[in-house]
Ligand binder design. Structure first.
Ligand SMILES: [Fe+2]
Length: 312
């Protein structure tokens, strides 16, 4: 846990993305898992949360899947203030065992998935700049808490995330058994790419059939935290929406800097869970060793995180 001392900073100084001295200091000290220094949020940070929440609420009511809406109700988020993670966890933890765990920045891939396996969700605690309500390339607390965490209140969804974390363990075991180091890196990079694509097209940008209304609703957090893209993902004729197919998803590259032109639809979270099971079977059969090239790139830190993983 971080030794970064909150008292070193002026209350209200701000916890704004790329401009938070507390986060810079945590990174300088090499602290990834930190505390949330709540008093440092500025009035502008709270106001940004309020504006984001206000304009998303009617969009969620129209386009979010029922499990997300139940999650929003169950978490009792304050529309007017940046959430205190301890408060969020008081409502979240009894439901599924998940906890939002504050982090100072990027979590290498294996550690990220391993946190999910342990029902911890690495959570960004900075807030986007007030001038950038619509788009930011990196996650912030609105994306993580208002976009991801409501889904973590749902048992089937939470179990799917845990299952995904178990797949990362399987990937690490498979990689460690490959003796030739070039082959090891090549195959592992392909498996991580496949996992990242699966995560992107489901957990981040997934759509779901809503049988009750005969419509499609969003469950992906990238959609649920984006005012413009949520409606676009459901309504726009420019978006291709297809029933999810594992062989397509793991071979499909994506770009993060514009609205997604291609989205995949699942039937239910039980369906999603079964796809993660299948992903692991494919991994064991070597069917993820040579996925199509392209985004996302797998960096050295991600590779190392798997190769150096302590497996229990
Ligand atoms: Fe996300």
């Amino acid at each position: 846990m971080a030794t970064v001392v909150e008292a070193d900073f002026t209350p209200g100084i701000g916890m704004t993305t790329t401009q938070a001295p507390f986060i810079e200091e945590a990174k300088r000290q090499g602290e990834l898992y930190i505390v949330q220094p709540y008093t440092l949020y500025s009035e502008e940070n709270h106001d940004t949360w309020r504006r984001l929440y206000d304009r998303m609420l009617p969009q969620w009511e129209k386009y979010a899947n029922e499990h997300f809406l139940a999650g929003i109700a169950n978490l009792c988020l304050d529309p007017n203030k940046v959430p205190l993670l301890d408060d969020v966890n008081k409502f979240l933890n009894p439901l599924t065992g998940f906890r939002a765990k504050p982090v100072s920045g990027y979590v290498p891939a294996f550690q990220f998935f391993d946190c999910l396996r342990n029902r911890d969700f690495p959570t960004t605690i900075t807030m986007r700049m007030a001038s950038k309500l619509d788009y930011l390339p990196e996650p912030d607390i609105f994306h993580d808490i208002a976009g991801h965490v409501p889904m973590h209140t749902d048992k089937a969804f939470a179990d799917t995330l845990v299952r995904f974390g178990e797949c990362a363990h399987t990937a690490a075991v498979i990689a460690k058994e490959i003796k030739d180091s070039d082959e090891q890196v090549r195959k592992l990079a392909s498996i991580i790419k496949a996992m990242a694509r699966f995560f992107w097209f489901t957990i981040e940008f997934g759509l779901m059939n809503d049988r009750a209304t005969g419509t499609i609703k969003a469950y992906g957090s990238g959609l649920l935290s984006s005012y413009g893209e949520l409606e676009h993902s459901i309504k726009s004729p420019d978006v291709q929406r297809y029933p999810v197919q594992l062989e397509w998803v793991v071979n499909q590259y994506f770009e993060i800097d514009h609205y997604q032109p291609l989205l995949f639809v699942v039937d239910s979270f039980d369906h999603l869970f079964s796809l993660v099971d299948e992903l692991e079977i494919w991994m064991k059969e070597g069917k993820l060793d040579n996925v199509a090239p392209g985004e996302p790139l797998v960096n050295d830190e991600d590779l190392r995180s798997f190769l150096e993983a302590q497996l229990d």
